[in-house]
Design a protein around this ligand. Structure first.
Ligand SMILES: C[S@@+](CC[C@H](N)C(=O)[O-])C[C@H]1O[C@@H](n2cnc3c(N)ncnc32)[C@H](O)[C@@H]1O
Length: 304
């Protein structure tokens, strides 16, 4: 049976496809070399999950010849990435082989991409200096201490390396229609957002609910220049009481995540939480609930 988180990432693909800011992407596409056979673009993808960003970068014409290093702390998503990339390559008429160094080599259909899947946390990952031309991270920087992460990553990036950081949560979770009493939902969502600000992993800060807006100053402090920025909100709504594709399971997953988090907070009254959850889950089943998450995308460069 597929891991629920892998299923969530699969459902997220088309939702991110719709959300990722096209103006920011076009700025990336204008600036990033798609690579040549002799000089592949060297890409670092942090929190790569099932490598949806690699597929997207190729499908959207950002990369053609690349050496792609996908780092993730979760082994099961990387195992799924390996299988999904092979299926994807075949569907494009390309070949996908595993090399002696355990890299995936995808080639054919004008494409030459080697992929190294690295099971490591950002703190555990090591790279040689100036090894990457492009940093990609989708739905990742809101899970880490950004200042610390950027300090760690910078030495691995070539002079003038570019970054494309997408789907960074920015503090707004919106549900429609309005829940009565409004203050109850607001109180619950405030606790949910605060839990992101207070998240600790191995004693270190790990994420912030307003990562999107904070990235402007954090990137600046790290010596990076933001060249394009824009919203990449998830906006999920039923059409004639039906959600498209995987949207329904995706919203249920979001609701389960909120339920799990709020369920362990002493300042949440369990009865109030369960009334709210029952009402919102019933609205998903009835094809009535609108869900919006505000997020921001960034493209730019690190020094020259
Ligand atoms: C929300 S998922 C996004 C996955 C993928 N980028 C996507 O959009 O489909 C975040 C991913 O980051 C990984 N992750 C979280 N913290 C990490 C860390 N400190 N180091 C490496 N990976 C991390 C998780 O395992 C997860 O796969």
């Amino acid at each position: 049976m597929t891991d629920p988180f892998v299923r969530y990432l699969r459902a997220k693909v088309s939702i991110d496809d719709a959300a990722i800011n096209r103006g920011v992407f076009m700025a990336a596409k204008a600036a990033v070399a798609p690579g040549t056979p002799g000089e592949p673009t060297r890409v670092l993808d942090l929190g790569a999950g099932t490598c949806s960003m690699l597929v997207r970068a190729v499908e959207w014409g950002l990369l053609r010849h690349a050496h792609y290093v996908a780092v993730d702390a979760d082994a099961s998503v990387l195992a799924a990435a390996k299988a999904q990339l092979a299926d994807w390559a075949r569907s494009r008429g390309a070949e996908c082989a595993t090399t002696e160094t355990e890299e995936l080599a995808i080639h054919g259909d004008g494409l030459e991409v080697t992929v190294r899947l690295v099971h490591a946390s950002l703190d555990g990952f090591e790279s040689s200096p100036r090894g990457f031309d492009l940093l990609i991270a989708n739905a990742f920087f809101d899970l880490v201490d950004v200042d610390r992460a950027l300090e760690r990553i910078k030495p691995w990036l070539a002079r003038g390396a570019r970054f494309w950081l997408t789907v960074n949560f920015d503090g707004e979770t919106i549900f429609e229609p309005e829940f009565e009493p409004v203050e109850v939902e607001q109180r619950l969502l405030d606790v949910y957002h605060r839990s992101m600000d207070e998240r600790r992993l191995s004693g270190e800060a790990a994420g912030h609910s307003r990562t999107g807006r904070r990235l402007f100053s954090q990137l600046h402090r790290a010596g990076a220049r933001v060249e394009a920025a824009g919203a990449s909100d998830w906006v999920l709504f039923p059409r004639q009481a039906r959600y498209a594709g995987e949207e329904k399971s995706f919203i249920h997953h979001i609701m389960d995540t909120i339920a799990l988090e709020l369920g362990r907070h002493a300042d949440v009254e369990p009865g109030e939480l369960s009334v709210w959850l029952d009402a919102r889950r019933a609205q998903i089943e009835a094809g009535e609930l609108v869900y919006i998450a505000h997020q921001l995308d960034f493209f730019g460069s690190f020094g020259t």
